[in-house]
Every structure is written in C-alpha cells, then in structure tokens.
Design a protein around this ligand. Structure first.
Ligand SMILES: Cc1cc2nc3c(=O)[nH]c(=O)nc-3n(C[C@H](O)[C@H](O)[C@H](O)COP(=O)(O)O)c2cc1C
Length: 397
C-alpha cells in the first residue's frame, strides 16, 4: 500500500516536474521571442530616429535647410542616399556622394545620377513652396562630375502644388497590386503631362497583356541573372538591413518593412535569424515572379537620348520623382524594376555579349532613344511603409 502510494507520489512528482519544465520552457521561449520581437522593431515599424525625417509636422527647419529636408525624402537607388548638400542663405550646392555608389549593380552610376535628379525635383518643388524663386545650374564646374548642381535662391512667392504635398507620403510600393482594377486612360494621360522636359525625356507605356508578359519575363530573367552574378548579388544585398539597431544607426538601405509583405510575414522575418544572401536572392526572385510582375497594372519605361549622359540621367530622375509623386496623389502604387538596365550595364562593364542590352533596345523601339528606367504601377492592396532616411544634419556641410 505504502509502496503504491510512494510510486503514485513519484509518478505525480515526475508528471508535475515535466509539466513545470514544459511551462518554464514555454515561458522562456515566449519571453525570448517577445524580447527578440521588441529588439527587432516588430512593434515599431516606421518609428525611431531613422523615420523621423518623414514627419514633416515636426520639421523645425526653415530657410534653405527646409528645402534639404524635403530633398532627402526623394527616391534613390537601394536607399543609398548618395547626396551631400552645401548650404548658405542664398544657395544650395548638391554633390554626389561617390562613396555611396552601388558597386557592381551600378558600374556607370546611371542609378546614382537618377537618384540625384529625384532629390533635385523635391528640392525645386520645396523651393517654390517655401517662397523662393530657384535657378538651377547643372555641373557648375565641368571638371568636377560630383559637383552636380548649384541652386540659387531668390525671394519669390509661395507656390503650393499637389506634387509638393505628396513628398512625405510617396513610398516605393513593392506589394501586390489589384489586378481587378485597371488604371483609367486619363491617369496615363496625366502622368504623361507631369513630364516637363519632353524633348529630352520620353515615357513609353506597356499596357496590353502581351506587352506586360514581354516586360515581366524580361524583368524576371534579369533578376535570375543578377542573383547568379556573385558581385552583383553581394553589392545588392549589402544594402539590405536585417537588424533593427543597424537600420536605426545607418538610416539607409532596403528594409523588410518596405517589401510590401503582410504584418505577419514582416514580424516573422524580424524575429527569425537574418537570411543568408542566397535566401534573400530566392525571396527576391520569387516576389519578382509571383508578385511584382504578376500583379503589374502596366509598365512604364523612361528613356533619354543618351543614357550615359549624367545630365540626361538627372532629368530622367526628376521626371521619375514627379511621376511617383503624382501616383501618390492618386493612391497609385509605383515600383521601379530596373533589373534589365542593371544587367545591361553589367554586360557593358564586363564586355560580354549584349543580351539584356539588346532586349532593352527592342522594347525602347526607337533608336533615337535609350531606355534608362523601368517601373510598374497599379492600385495597391496594402498601405506602403516608409524607408529610413539620414537626417538633414548628416547630409549637409
Ligand atoms: C534610379 C532608381 C532605381 C531604382 N531601382 C529599383 C529597383 O530596381 N527595384 C526596387 O525595388 N526599387 C528600386 N528603386 C526604388 C528605391 O529602392 C527606393 O526609392 C529607395 O529604397 C527609397 O525608398 P522610398 O522610395 O520608399 O523612399 C529605385 C529608385 C531609383 C531612384
């Protein structure tokens, strides 16, 4: 009897022990998941110092610095923010920050100069809003290719514009678009009209299913080629910010929050260990195939007369910024997909047979224009989140 009781007691003790251990492991695991979730910003998307520049209601800058505060919110390649501003009371000088180039992804700095053009467009819209009459002088010293523009500021009258107001709500939208909701013809017309320098910058649309298939396949194939190229893949992935603290510190790069994923996927992505370059590449290829190209409402191609000319690249960048700002006023998602151009530049750089270069020439369709920048657009199914930005103080001198 006593032996039986002892055995029962031991059994109970063992069961209780197992139960208690289970609970303890559960608490510890949940605790460490919760800690990692907190640590990796699962509950803090779009907040912290790296995102403060987007909150223009807290913007305490006035005079020319207010213009820089708007310029730094511009689109730019891989969120590398390749810009430096020298500011006085009467002028702003813009310099390319060559150290922030994308390496093998942008060997001829095509994207870097486009991004600088995007910043100039925001700056010019902001100048008009902030009662300046701006005059721009591109490449003031021909011998210095990194001294890209001098903007002289005279007193003017306030010019409000819908494009200016969209500066702080424009974000690259990498999510799925609504394939049931076509873009009305008048929207394409309005977008055509926001391009100012039409004799230098041309926009071509690809709207039919056949055209979209052609462009979509080209983009997917170029993505597959990039991830097979070690230098390109490494240069691209180094801008991917996997760690919340790093992101808040560097305030640049591509983030998980900006990938258009569901809250759940973003949370899991932050909690789990960082992905390897190979995993990132496969994730990118899959989203390019199954989401970006599969749900594109249409594609646009921006061309210039000479794709190697830095001024023309900047004018194309200014046009892209205006197009994207206009899209934001209409709640239309926009997303550059420049893999074919990136591969075309890579072929030229390596001196290999032109495959993507030839494809781009075919889709540009007119030998007097050279394709520079591809993008997709459509009605987004989810809200987009901002990307980090360095502060005005970090980019001015
Ligand atoms: C010249 C240029 C090329 C770009 N190419 C791509 C691209 O191929 N794929 C992509 O997802 N985003 C691309 N982008 C978008 C940038 O990654 C984006 O502007 C940057 O990360 C900042 O984010 P934001 O636009 O939401 O502020 C490009 C932007 C520029 C200006």
């Amino acid at each position: 009897m006593e032996a039986n009781n002892k055995a029962a007691k031991q059994g109970m003790t063992r069961r209780t022990f197992i139960k208690k251990t289970g609970i303890t492991i559960f608490i510890l695991t949940s605790g460490s998941i919760a800690f990692r979730a907190l640590d990796q910003g699962v509950f803090s998307s779009s907040s912290g110092p790296a995102y403060e520049p987007w909150d223009i209601s807290k913007n305490e800058y006035d005079g020319p610095l207010a213009l820089v505060a708007d310029a730094i919110l511009a689109a730019n390649p891989h969120n590398s923010q390749p810009w430096l501003f020298k500011v006085t009371d009467t002028q702003i000088e813009l310099f390319a920050d060559e150290a922030r180039n994308l390496g093998a992804m942008d060997p001829f700095r095509r994207e870097m100069f486009m991004g600088l053009g995007c910043a100039i467009e925001n700056l010019m819209l902001s100048a008009a809003y902030n009662e300046y009459n701006p005059t721009i002088n591109y490449f003031p010293h021909a011998s210095d290719p990194n001294y890209v523009a001098r903007i002289t500021l005279e007193q003017g009258s306030k010019k409000e514009s819908a494009l200016y107001k969209a500066i702080s709500i424009r974000h690259t939208d990498r999510g799925a678009y609504d394939i049931e909701r076509p873009i009305p013809a008048e929207i394409f017309q309005h977008i055509d009209n926001v391009i100012e320098e039409k004799e230098k910058v041309k926009l071509t649309w690809f709207k039919t299913e056949e055209e979209k298939k052609l462009i979509g396949d080209l983009i997917v194939n170029a993505t597959a080629a990039i991830i097979q190229d070690y230098d390109m893949s490494t240069s691209s992935n180094m801008w991917f910010k996997e760690n919340w603290d790093d992101l808040q510190e560097s305030r640049d790069g591509i983030t998980l929050d900006a990938q258009g994923e569901s809250i759940w996927t973003r949370a899991m992505g932050k909690i789990l260990q960082p992905l390897s370059d190979d995993q990132n590449n496969q994730f990118w290829l899959k989203s390019t195939r199954e989401r970006h190209t599969a749900t594109a409402g249409a594609y646009g191609l921006i061309s210039v007369r000479d794709a190697s000319d830095n001024l023309e690249r900047m004018l194309a960048g200014r046009a892209w910024q205006r197009i994207h700002l206009y899209g934001s006023t209409q709640n239309i998602g926009m997303h550059p997909l420049n893999q074919p151009n990136e591969m075309s530049d890579r072929e030229k750089y390596l001196g290999t047979k032109e495959k993507f270069g030839m494809e781009l020439k075919k889709i540009t369709g007119d030998s007097s224009w050279q394709g520079l920048f591809l993008f997709r657009l459509g009605y987004a199914l989810k809200d987009t989140l901002p990307s980090p930005r360095r502060s005005v103080d970090q980019v001015t001198f």
